[in-house]
Design a protein around this ligand. Structure first.
Ligand SMILES: [Zn+2]
Length: 86
C-alpha cells in the first residue's frame, strides 16, 4: 500500500521495525486488509471500515510513536527503555 500511496503513509518511518507499537499496528492493518480483500468480491462495508476507520487510526497512532524519527535517526536509539539487552 505504501508504494501506491507514498504521501499517505508518510507518518510511517523507515525505522518502523524498531517500534513494537508500530509493528503491532501494521500487523493488525495487514490482517484486516487480507480479511477484506481475500475474497473475489470484497464486501463494501469491510473496505469502508478499513479505509475510513482502521487505516486513519493506525496512521495517527504510528505517527505519534515515530513523530521524531526520520531518515537520519530513530528516537529509539536515544531511549534507554529500548536499549538492546547485553
Ligand atoms: Zn524510529
Amino acid at each position: 500500500m505504501r508504494e501506491w500511496h507514498p504521501t499517505y503513509f508518510a507518518p510511517i518511518a523507515d525505522c518502523r521495525a524498531a517500534h513494537p507499537e508500530a509493528v503491532i499496528e501494521l500487523h493488525n492493518i495487514v490482517t484486516e486488509f487480507t480479511r477484506v480483500y481475500r475474497r473475489k468480491h470484497p464486501p463494501p462495508a469491510g473496505a469502508i471500515l478499513l479505509y475510513g476507520r482502521w487505516l486513519p487510526g493506525m496512521l495517527r497512532r504510528c505517527g505519534e510513536v515515530m513523530k521524531n524519527c526520520g531518515p537520519a535517526r530513530c528516537t529509539r536509539e536515544r531511549n534507554p527503555l529500548y536499549a538492546p539487552c547485553q
